[in-house]
Design a binder for this molecule. Structure first.
Ligand SMILES: [Zn+2]
Ligand SMILES: [Zn+2]
Length: 346
């Protein structure tokens, strides 16, 4: 077991007033970074991961004891086998990243999970093997004892790490990283249902082939799905919302523009005189709901105006336009174009 030598909040990198949900999400984030399956099974990595896990378990226990029962839990997920995040934190968390189209239409991913454990053959399950070159015991620096001040006396206590020998005859088994056990692995195919949203947690059916009764294997596996979104896209309800740059002339005069949808680029005709419209709606190109119905893709228009001073010829035309196509409720007459050589409006 590891011991917490620092504050659990510091270890998880969260504020002291973090609630249970924040604790869980910080833990999941750190699992993703530091799980030995991800960053390698060195002793250091395992220790670091266990420190994180201990900090998490401690805070969870503390916060659950304080927590008042929530009236209802909210789940936004639509997938059939998605689980409530509140109750799903007790197992092993795995993560997968999928594309937007895969999430919309459903896909399957292959993941690796533990399938029981065997004793390490190299160390017979002890986690330690005889060292080739016995090294000086780091705990007592080779003395074989430690000194404790007791009143005016000094007490000598036999070093527990080396049993007083002063040398370390055993070293951590490299085959099992000192755990004494080797985790068997197997590949599992996980079905990601259509319409899976970012952050959905799926419970994985494992059907263990192992006949051993590894009690800690019964926690189950959960797969958190991260959906890669194109930059600036969000999903709101069943609609996908994105933004497109459009020049003010196209917005006023109309024309074709190409808009990226989840199903690829779509040529859309902008109606002349869109006026104050802020969005273009592309029907049935949004997200998918339980019944297989698609929402809309809403494209927010970011209207661009020309830069720099208006050329004299353009000013004349704009003034003619003001007369030909006046703005509603705007009664001031069009002004003649100023002489650009004498006045500057910068
Ligand atoms: Zn020692
Ligand atoms: Zn071993």
């Amino acid at each position: 077991m590891t011991t917490l030598d620092t504050d659990p909040y510091t270890i998880l990198g969260i504020r002291k007033d973090a609630d249970l949900e924040e604790v869980k999400s910080a833990y999941r984030r750190l699992v993703r970074l530091w799980h030995p399956d991800v960053c390698g099974r060195s002793m250091e990595n395992i220790k670091r991961f266990l420190t994180v896990k201990d900090a998490y378990l401690l805070l969870k226990k503390r916060l659950q004891a304080q927590a008042t029962k929530r009236a209802s839990s909210i789940s936004h997920s639509t997938a059939a086998n998605a689980v409530d995040r509140e109750s799903s934190v007790e197992g092993t968390f795995l993560f997968v990243q999928i594309g937007l189209q895969e999430a919309l239409y459903g896909t399957h991913v292959t993941i690796e999970i533990a399938d029981g454990q065997d004793f390490c053959r190299k160390c017979s399950g002890l986690g330690q093997i005889a060292a080739k070159n016995p090294s000086t015991c780091p705990a007592c620096k080779g003395k074989g004892y430690k000194t404790l001040s007791w009143g005016e006396q000094d007490l000598k206590i036999i070093c527990a790490k080396c049993s007083g020998r002063g040398k370390e005859k055993l070293t951590s088994c490299p085959n099992c990283s000192g755990r004494g056990i080797i985790t068997r692995k197997k590949k599992v195919e996980v079905q990601i249902p259509p319409g899976t949203r970012n952050g959905t947690v799926l419970q994985i059916e494992t059907h263990r082939t192992s006949s051993s009764n590894d009690s800690h294997d019964e926690e189950g596996y959960f797969l958190e799905v991260e959906v890669e979104m194109p930059e600036g896209w969000i999903i709101h309800g069943n609609d996908i919302i994105s933004t497109i740059d459009i020049d003010c002339w196209t917005k006023l005069g109309g024309g074709y523009i190409e808009i990226d949808t989840v199903d690829g680029p779509e040529k859309v005709f902008v109606t002349p005189g869109l006026g104050n419209e802020r969005f273009i709606k592309i029907p049935n190109k949004g997200w998918i709901n339980k019944d297989g119905k698609r929402g809309n893709h809403l494209v927010r228009l970011n209207v661009l105006s020309p830069k720099g001073p208006c050329p004299k010829d353009a000013l004349i035309l704009i003034n003619q336009l003001k007369v030909l196509w006046p703005c509603e409720g705007y009664s001031l007459p069009a002004l003649p174009a100023p002489d650009l050589h004498t006045k500057h409006y910068k």
